[in-house]
Write a protein that binds this ligand. Sequence first.
Ligand code: GLP
Length: 260
Amino acid sequence: MKTVNNTTYKGTTVSVYDNKHEASIAVAQQIADLIKSKNEAGEKAVLGLATGATPIEVYNELIRMHKEEELSFQNVITFNLDEYYPMEPTAKQSYVAFMNEHLFDHVDVVKEHVNIPDGEIASDDVAAYCEAYEQKITSYGGLDLQLLGIGRTGHVGFNEPGSTVDSLTRLVELNEVTRADAAANFDGIAHVPTHAITMGVGTIAKAKKIILMAWGEGKAEIVQKALESEITTEVPATYLQEFDGVEMVLDKGAATKLSL
Ligand code: GLP
């Protein structure tokens, strides 16, 4: 049986589920509803997607809906939040490989509709490339829905502490905590890229709906800070407090430190 506890805290909807499985199914259902309603209106659904362990079950459920319930991704445009830099798309640690493995290879999304920051762009061309990424999002009418996880530093995408609220897609230097968290995937921290290309906080802010997901007690402290502490560049996720259309979807573990 599904148990969900919905609260609004300082304008943010906080939905706490018994476990990450139920939470992920509910998020996938929201995405499927958006895709279907846009399809019925003859429009594209523009999704901002995230990588990391957190969204994997959401993607699994979307794949299941595609296979068993004929959910089609033909009208879906996707923009991923970020990619390591430099990074070859064929490398197993690339976010291109991640998205193919966990979603794109299993659904009928149109290849040309998939956008992931290019980890191979020449350094001289990065600034123009990032501006074009922003413009491409705008050209589709903006993001209908942005999925987010949260890193231990309070980063969203790769917007590390120090990121400004109006930051746009750009090349950033990764925090040592973030690089340490990625070390296992790269056979040691020495192999983790020092940089990444990420959508900015300002890019995320423009999404019509934002869903930040977090599972497990390991995320409880940063979730509490993101929602309840003062808005500060030291914890970029706190910026979400002042954005419209934000839903925080948590399991019980991630919600343990909230004062709600
Ligand atoms: C990486 C990604 C973020 C993600 C974060 C948390 O840094 N760039 O987008 O939210 O990791 O990852 P996980 O979901 O594995 O905890």
